[in-house]
Design a binder for this molecule. Sequence first.
Ligand code: DGY
Length: 315
Amino acid sequence: ASFPDVELALIGGQQPFVLEELKSRFKIHPVYAEANPLAALERIGSSIRGAVGHGMAGLTRRHIELMPKLEICALNGVGLETSDLPAIRERGIKLTTTPVLFDDVADLAVSLALSCCRQIPLADRFVRSQQWEKERLPLGRKLTGLRVGILGLGRIGIEVARRLEAFKTQIFYADPVKREDVPYTHVTDAGTLASTVDIFFLCAAGNPKGAPPMIGRTIFDALGPRGIFVNIARGWLVDEPELIKALQEKRLGAAGLDVFYDEPMVPAALRALDNVVLTPHIASSTEETMRAMGACVIDNLVSWFSGRGALTSVT
Ligand code: DGY
């Protein structure tokens, strides 16, 4: 189905194949690519009926004011913290996400933990630089059998836990909701979790940027010099300067990070450390999942503008 009269504003960048598909079905305005996206929306916003963003580029109150006919916003991703949910609900706008990425995010979380334990990036550099010809790599850590903690046992956290079961780990979690349907041990708060486990996985839904970070020095000190911290959630949930200090001073053993405070800028002090594994916010970036997420965006818009309603809406 195509809707050449329906105008869409792209408020966040998309993979080329999603862009092509959108272009073939709708009239699109890639406002995110303009020097001043809001000024662009001031010009064209009055005829826009749909918007497309992503987990890090959501729908704000200002966007909504500039698009009085907006009916639906399809986010490519699951992060909601950059969208103004009260404003969206007030106007009765449908907001959809792409709840098809949980496996990949959990896979990366476990990869980061394994990479920290077994020092895979360091080992790779060791071979490439021919350091191996001169000495042995310092010993790594055994992941199997460790105590692991998950902060946020949502749809990502639960997939992380399931994977960690295969490593014969003892699994603890902190979450406002104590689940009766899982064989994992509930603890009341992040601090208790950190003082109980060897590896701490941050899987919580994001607060908006600017809110006080939920993870800081007390968590890192509770994890301690053999503790490992993994973040696949949002960089700003963490006090990044405190994380860097803890890693520099070896008060915290290691960190595996896919997200950062000010992406794509990563502090030089963090990049200089050997006890970190850093990836560029790629937890859902597999060909398979990016295709599935793109299809979910398109399917929601097509279904909505065909009068059949949205498919994966959160409002
Ligand atoms: C999400 O889905 O929110 C991811 O972080 C990608 O933006």
